[in-house]
Each structure stands twice: as C-alpha cells, then as structure tokens.
Design a protein around this ligand. Structure first.
Ligand SMILES: Nc1nc2c(ncn2[C@@H]2O[C@H](COP(=O)(O)OP(=O)(O)OP(=O)(O)O)[C@@H](O)[C@H]2O)c(=O)[nH]1
Ligand SMILES: C[S@@+](CC[C@H](N)C(=O)[O-])C[C@H]1O[C@@H](n2cnc3c(N)ncnc32)[C@H](O)[C@@H]1O
Ligand code: SF4
Ligand code: SF4
Length: 328
C-alpha cells in the first residue's frame, strides 16, 4: 500500500480567473463564507496535530487561487517552519505572483506550479474567461519572476482542450528546450465543466507524446515532484515534459494524497466524494485533535477502497464541488 504523505490544501475557493475547464459556464458558485473558512490558526493546528503525526510530510497550497488568501506569505512561513515539512509547494495562476514571489521564496516556498494554457494572449483570455484587459502578460511576468527568484523546479500546467489550445502543444513543449522549465500536459477531466467536456472531450497523453516525438524525439526523464505526472524530455532540452493522464491511464494505485478544502473538509479522493470528514466543524465543536487524528487514521485505512481506480461513478460530471472548490 502506498504511503499517503501528501496533503493538498485549498486556501480559498475564490479565484480571479474563471477557466472554462474548471468552473461551470455561467453558473454562480456558492463561495464559502469567510466565517466558514479554516482560520490560519485552525489550519496550522490541523497540520501540526493531526496530519504531521500521521506521517504527512508534503504540503501543496492550492485553491481557487491561493494568492488571494490573506496573509499567504505568513502561512507559508509557518508551514515551512515545521521541522517535519519535507516539501512545500504551491499551484497558482500567477496573476498576483510577480510582486510577492521573492517574499514567498524567503518564507520557505521552494517550488511552484503555474497554470499556463496558452502562449497566445487572446486564446489565454478566452480560456480564463476574461473579458477585461488582457491578462496573459501579467501571468508571464509572474512566471519570469518565479524563475528569477529561483523556484526550482518551476512547472507549467497546461490543460489540453481539443480545438481550443491543442494546436499549441509543440510551442508549449518547446519552452523546455532552452529554459529549465517543466511543462506538464493534463488530460481534461469532466469535473469542473461537464458540458465543455462532453462538447470537446480530451486528448490522450499518448497522442501528445507522439506529436512531440515526431518533431524532436522523446526520452524518459525525471524531475522532483510528488504528483502523478509521467516525465519525459526532448533530447538535449534543459527542462522536462510531464503528462498527467488521469483519463487514459489510471494512476490511482500509486495515490499518495488527500485534499483539505478551504472550509475544512478532508477528501480522500479527488474523483470520489465518499468518506469526506468535516474537520472544521469538529474542531470548533471542541473535539480534540487526538480524536480527529483517529478519524483521519481510519480514513487513511479505508482510502484504498475509496480510491477512484477508474471504476466507480467517478468521472460522471455530477460532483457537488468544482475543481476550483476542491483544489485540483
Ligand atoms: N485524478 C487526479 N488528478 C490529479 C491528482 N493530483 C493532481 N492531479 C491533476 O494534476 C494536475 C496538476 O497538479 P498540481 O497541482 O500541479 O500538482 P502535482 O502534479 O501533484 O505536483 P508535483 O508534486 O509537482 O508533481 C491537477 O490539477 C489535476 O488535474 C490526483 O490525485 N488525481
Ligand atoms: C483548480 S486549480 C487551483 C490553483 C490555481 N488557481 C491554478 O489554476 O493553478 C489547480 C489545477 O487544476 C487544474 N484543473 C482545473 N480544472 C481541471 C479539469 N477539469 N481537468 C483537469 N485539470 C483541471 C488546473 O489547470 C490547475 O493546474
Ligand atoms: S484553474 Fe485555477 S485559475 Fe483557473 S479558474 Fe480554476 S482555480 Fe481559477
Ligand atoms: S483519482 Fe483519487 S485515487 Fe486516483 S490518484 Fe486521484 S485522488 Fe488518488
């Protein structure tokens, strides 16, 4: 059985983007009320007294958009300062990153994954649902700032949507040739916007790899990470290419993570809503962290049965929370 030592922590469910694949079009999401968000203190208590004693050592801050969380730098500093923390990372859209990249680094964040679905400003705005001033450049500046500051590895996440950005695969892959950046292609999952999914579908990683192989060749490779990506490299490139293939290849047997939502629900599997525990309500009701630890220990024990494994009701598109609410 895999050691489950990776906690993905959603810091906030709100986002300054509305990516097509992540949020249902037109739908107004019910945002978590401020008083329902785990406070910094509650989050740190849960990490220190529940998750770390159970063996969690890697923490990823996500959202919504984690950089919208007030005092995010202080939270990073606190989590980084736990002696047991072996890996602290963040997934962000980078729109707000440039001015605080250095502060985040100084606080102890060492690696960062940034969503970048297109190199074309118009396509980018279309994907992120932006109808105001173009946003691509500011995201690009955020990526450059992350690079300058020294985040390593610096990964770029691309959700591939047929007919929207799949014509840019080679251009995006080419970023890894001269730069030590790691571009990852993610198969679109029908969990944020089921309608777009049924309309567009998804492209298999195997097909993407073939397109890249035909152009440059492709060899197996490695990069530091705790996620499910299969890593390859264009021969001689400085960076790598990752393929996250949750639709075409089941990687649940090596699942090593759980997810904590911004309102304190612990979710054992991204694609299966079974077994979630409301840690925040319990904490506020005065249940001791010792008892909570036992509940989580039990959830860890039954997690292998809950794991999606490509079999249950999983990707049915009927999830009660979107990716932005779960944390991807
Ligand atoms: N089905 C499934 N998809 C996942 C899981 N973890 C990550 N993904 C997919 O991979 C995407 C990118 O994840 P990231 O937030 O960059 O994190 P990661 O891949 O774990 O990061 P590294 O530690 O750098 O490898 C997510 O948005 C999901 O689409 C998982 O447990 N199950
Ligand atoms: C939910 S976002 C949260 C963090 C941050 N806002 C960002 O976009 O990087 C985390 C990841 O989920 C991915 N994601 C969202 N919806 C998805 C979907 N339907 N299928 C696959 N990946 C998805 C995004 O591309 C992003 O890399
Ligand atoms: S993928 Fe990230 S940036 Fe895009 S809408 Fe979802 S949470 Fe926001
Ligand atoms: S779908 Fe569930 S079991 Fe499979 S890798 Fe993701 S979180 Fe783990």
């Amino acid at each position: 059985m895999n050691q489950v030592d990776y906690l993905r922590i959603s810091l906030i469910d709100r986002c300054n983007f509305r990516c097509q694949y992540c949020m249902p079009e037109g739908a107004e999401l019910d945002y978590i009320l401020n008083q329902q968000l785990l406070t910094d203190e509650e989050l740190l208590t849960l990490i220190q007294e529940v998750f770390i004693p159970l063996g969690f050592r890697r923490f990823r801050l996500t959202g919504g958009e984690p950089l919208l969380r007030p005092r995010v730098v202080e939270l990073v500093r606190a989590i980084a300062s736990f002696p047991q923390t072996q890996d602290l990372s963040m997934t962000t859209n980078a729109f707000l990153l440039a001015p605080i990249a250095q502060n985040l680094y100084d606080a102890g964040l060492r690696r960062i994954n940034i969503s970048l679905d297109s190199l074309d400003s118009d396509t980018f705005d279309q994907i992120i649902g932006n109808r105001g001033r173009p946003r691509w450049q500011r995201v690009w500046d955020g990526i450059q700032a992350a690079h300058r500051v020294g985040f390593d590895p610096l990964k770029l996440n691309v959700v591939v949507i047929p007919g929207v950005n799949d014509h840019e695969i080679l251009d995006l892959a080419a970023l890894t040739i001269d730069k030590q950046w790691h571009v990852r292609f993610i198969e679109f999952m029908p969990i944020g916007n089921g309608e777009l999914f049924s309309d567009r579908g998804w492209v298999t990683s195997a097909e993407l790899r073939q397109r890249i192989r035909d152009r440059w060749g492709l060899t197996e490779s490695q990069v530091c990470g705790a996620g499910p990506a299969d890593i390859f490299q264009i021969p001689g490139a400085k960076g790598t290419l990752g393929f996250i293939s949750q639709m075409s290849e089941c990687f649940c047997d090596r699942c090593n993570r759980m997810r904590l939502s911004a309102d304190g629900w612990l979710r054992p599997c991204l694609l299966n809503e079974t077994g979630q525990i409301d840690l925040k309500t319990s904490l506020r009701a005065g249940i001791s962290t010792t008892q909570l630890r036992e509940q989580v220990r039990h959830l860890l024990a039954i997690k292998p049965e809950i794991n999606f494994k490509g079999r249950d009701t999983g990707t049915s598109g009927t999830y009660s929370r979107t990716m932005s609410q779960i944390g991807g």
